[in-house]
Design a protein around this ligand. Sequence first.
Ligand code: IMP
Ligand code: MG
Length: 181
Amino acid sequence: MENIIAINDRKFVKYILKDEISAAVNKVAAEINEDYKNDVPLIIITLSGALIFAAELVQKLTINCRITAVKLSSYHGGLSSTSKVESLIGLTENIKDQRVIIIEDIVDTGNTYEHMLNLLNEQSPKDVQIATMTFKRETYKKNIPVKYVGIEIPNKFIVGHGLDYQDLGRNLPDIYQLYEE
Ligand code: IMP
Ligand code: MG
């Protein structure tokens, strides 16, 4: 049955259809278009997970913006969120006094976002916000606001539409949830 798929040792069940993700993309884009109509923000896509959401989102932006991508040097490979960002690989743009929007695939505990913010703030941007495809509000542990949220999800591991399980599943158009028999 194609509603249930296997990736390595786990099974996943179809959970959020790509049409629902498209609607979330449109909603977030409309918010950004409104909030940044008088600015030229720098969009920072965090690779690899945010690639697909970001590609969809930026095409819906009608504002002027610059776009770049960074890779976070951190390690996480399984079902839990244990990563700690050490550096932002590839950020060559000068962000001093710039408005920055980070694009993410998921915000879980918020550790990644917080570390990224700290690293960016060392370069004195004007402000930094985040636009994330999915947000696990129940597990979010920080006081920093998560400004633009596509879809709020419960604390269950998901894969697809950019999100990976053991580096697999990013190419799935829909989002799947861990299936526990
Ligand atoms: P954080 O807990 O907000 O720092 O999230 C750390 C990282 O864990 C995210 O950037 C994702 O790469 C990964 N992650 C957290 N939850 C999930 C999930 O449900 N599916 C896939 N990756 C996840
Ligand atoms: Mg990941």
